[in-house]
Design a binder for this molecule. Sequence first.
Ligand code: ADP
Ligand code: ZN
Ligand code: ZN
Length: 700
Amino acid sequence: MPTQLPILVQTPAHSQVGGALSYLSEQALAPGTLVRVPLGRRETLGVVWDAPMAGGPKIASDRLRPISSALDALAPLTPAWRRLVDFAARYYQRASGEVALAALPPQLRELDPVQLARRLKRLDAAGEHTPTGESPPPLTPEQQAALERIDAEAGPFLLFGATGSGKTEVYLRSVQTLLAREPQAQALVMVPEINLTPQLEARFAARFGAHAVVSLHSGMSNPQRLKSWLAAHSGAARIVLGTRMAVFASMPRLRLIVVDEEHDPSYKQQEGARYSARDLAVYRGRLESAKVILGSATPSLESWHHSRPVAEGGRYVRLHMPSRVGRAESGALPGTAGALPAVRRVDMNHQPRGAVFSPPLLQAITERIACGEQSMVLLNRRGYAPVLHCSECEWKSECPHCSAYRVFHKLDRTLRCHHCGHTERVPRACPACGSPDIRPIGRGTERLEEHLAELLAGVTRPDGGPVRITRIDADTTKLKGELEAQLAQVHSGEVDVLVGTQMIAKGHDFRRITLVAAANPDSALFSSDFRAPERLFSLLMQAAGRAGRDAGISAQSEMWVQTHHPKHPLYENLKKHDYPGFAAQQLKEREQAGLPPYSYQALVRAEARTQESAQAFLNAASRLGAEAAVSLNVTLYPAVPMTVQRVANVERAQMLIESPSRAALQRFLAGWHDTLHEVRQGPEGKALIRWAVDVDPLAI
Ligand code: ADP
Ligand code: ZN
Ligand code: ZN
């Protein structure tokens, strides 16, 4: 008699099939086994799941369909992996099937048992870590101290290390210690962005051998991804490097998890199950008794808060590495070679009106060029100008489909909406009144680059040649390989000034840059998003970390900030490279305002053809949840339009839910889940296009 098996499949979002489906099987298959099952008219991949708790609906066996086949050449996914999926689904309000199937490599869905067996055979048995020639450098005292505590204590650890303090070496040694003790163990190392993986992969491969390391990220082809996944799942790969999705990698012998640049917003998934890979990493570490190291020079305020002293309720072990490698003994002063750069604030209130580059900054860049050194200018807006404007009739380049302006891109003379992608040729005359007097207002990186080229036109390099300026942003790096090519130009010294968005501030190890400038960073000081100052501080600290990394270059490095608020505490702390000071000030404000990490938030977002319908759905759900909210000490705020209210002709609204207790918020959301589905089916949900819950949202 066939057995009845609970099986997770990819169910459409919000289909309300939260749990597993039942199928019949001739063999009893262990939970975690991958299977192929019929679903509707298709056949699909599924995972045998754990028996549901007693009391669930029993379905008569004669109405169940049998599984098609079992992919039992693969070891079952471990209980810890299944717990991770169940937790993520519950916590982020999605179906376990959606989370589980999204965590598996896409190609696995297409393979039958025969094809899979062939792939497994091809997967070479290698994977032993064969240390290649590279011998590790002697540790700095700070690295030594950090490693001793990582070895002795349970963690999780927050490795608070200045840029250039050698955090990567700490990760490498932690892995090395682990593998020396347990040769079959596995380590997961996460980075925020795909383009940071090659550099890191090279370092790990040099230390542990190329066979021991695999990467997992969405930039890989499906066959590559399957290969890496199988190497991790079979235990053949010792080290998995990846972006946020790698937090779900199947690693049966996982003992160590590293989250590098743990503050980076890219760790938050922004669609489907909106999980935080950083938070899940900590949870997974606990589930699997794996050590967790979160590393950053500017930790998220959440992680910083968690690493306060134990006596004050802290849960993470804070490890501090304040010095750049090679500078600890000599006690380098800020601004000297190899040390952190000196921060210079330019008070733009005292500069020529409308100046984009203040004369002193321009002078400083000119001097760097004359010495053969590189400068980097940051501006957080791509394109030529954020809006085109008619001075006759006040027409502006609004997007017809969004509540946003289309950005003027000069190079290809287009107006492009950065929200819906709507693109048109720039009109010759005002589309409203016909006046030829239409002008760009404001500045993006493209215009900044053009302007800087004009200002530096007379300046020459040491070799007598003209100044070379390059721009790196999402527009110049659209094609595969372009970013690498541009970065190589910077590294080789072919470029004197690099202009770009935050893209250039992250992680890249530029050796010859000695001056970094933030052209116009003030807007984040007064943003409606309470996390904007945190992001700005982190960006500026990271950018400053790009400067003066090479102690061999003689010059003093500098970080320039052009601002109308030079005395703002954020810049005061930046000048002192004082992250703890900045964090203390921000946390105080957050505590007074009852914001995270002193409260917990979730957002429900709704999209509809009209703003009224979107809000009606949220308000109806709010009314039905009001009583439960009160009893749980959860606050439901009224529905409001999102900051960019309309995108591609869809109106968007959101509703904030807040509680001083994470558990209470979770309990409320769990109970409210069915209500949202019911409202969706009812009159207030009729005009709705879609809705989604975002737990621990990063942007409000
Ligand atoms: P972080 O990730 O903290 O910004 P890195 O790990 O990139 O810093 O280290 C900065 C530089 O210092 C790298 O070039 C690295 O190879 C080098 N480095 C790290 N640790 C040591 C050490 N103990 N001795 C010599 N060089 C080191
Ligand atoms: Zn006009
Ligand atoms: Zn648009």
